[in-house]
Ligand binder design. Structure first.
Ligand code: PLP
Length: 284
């Protein structure tokens, strides 16, 4: 792979950042993951806007202007002949030259890294047909989950708990209510409504979530943005998740109990089709 590091294009073996990098020592950085289908970027404007917001919430600015950042994404796709997959972007507060809790001077150059991940046939993931199984776990993350930081230890632990339990993922629960999945937003379908937690500081504002809710409303589906409990989810007609890398994925089992019929539901299946069709139309 050819990766982008601080303005340079290098083979992955030669891509290096400092041991003093704030991202490495303090998880002081943010990231974005943008899907690529047929060589085109999905929901790119949303990801770029969220990046700017995450950086702003941490007192950082964008490392380059919007056109240049899009060009880096496009060049990565081209240089790596990427057809289907993802572009991972990470920006940290840079290398202060030593370890110190205090932020370095604002003029310290940020560390900017982008690389590709090839996933041939990404849009035809078999799980879309069979559905995912999940467990529920406590949400013990920090309180600013709306900022897409690289602080991913607990979500990684959650994925390992899921793996150990023989399932695909975990939904995190706080005060009895589902917050979100380890790397996705969570939804149920009950009483003919699509229910998903409202935005706040306790979940990531998913770019796929925004697109899917817009498409659902345009298709006259009823949407309710509010927290839901684990008991509600288990009794729901359907459940599903959304994320940039999995689009819309049905959830068919929660803590060993079948959701609805135990097969992917019609709402999740339809939303997946609409999302793929509409976002591909707008892909750049
Ligand atoms: N929630 C969390 C915790 C995530 O890590 C992610 C994606 O990585 C999402 C939700 C989904 O966000 P998006 O649709 O922008 O990928």
């Amino acid at each position: 792979r050819i990766v982008y590091v601080n303005g340079n294009w290098v083979p992955e073996e030669e891509a290096v950042v400092s041991v003093f990098d704030r991202g490495f020592l303090m998880a002081d950085g943010v990231y974005e993951v943008t899907s690529v289908l047929g060589g085109k970027l999905l929901d790119y404007p949303g990801h770029a806007a969220r990046l700017e917001r995450s950086l702003g919430e941490l007192g950082m600015g964008m490392p380059m202007d919007a056109d240049d950042l899009l060009e880096v994404h496009r060049a990565l796709v081209e240089k790596n002949d990427l057809v289907d997959g993802m572009i991972y972007l990470q920006i940290t507060r840079g290398n202060p030259g030593d370890r110190d809790f205090a932020f370095p001077p604002a003029e310290t150059p940020q560390t900017v890294v982008l690389f590709t991940q090839s996933k041939p046939g990404l849009a035809d993931a078999p799980k879309a047909k069979t559905g995912m199984k999940i467990i529920t776990i406590d949400d013990i993350r920090w309180g600013r989950r709306d900022i897409k930081t690289v602080q991913l230890l607990y979500p990684s632990m959650g994925k390992m708990m899921a793996k150990k339990a023989g399932v695909d993922d975990a939904w995190m629960v706080e005060d009895g209510f589902v917050t979100e999945g380890t790397s996705n937003n969570a939804y149920i379908v009950a009483g003919g409504k699509i229910i998903t937690r409202n935005l706040g500081t306790d979940i990531l504002h998913g770019i796929t979530r925004a697109a899917v809710l817009r498409f659902a409303r345009e298709a006259q589906m009823e949407v309710e943005e509010r927290p839901f409990t684990v008991a509600e989810a288990k009794a729901a007609d359907e459940a599903f998740i959304t994320s940039a890398s999995s689009f819309v994925m049905p959830v068919v089992e929660i803590d060993g109990a079948a959701v609805g019929t135990g097969a992917p539901g019609s709402v999740a299946t339809r939303l997946r089709e609409i999302y793929l069709e509409e976002s591909l139309k707008q892909a750049i």
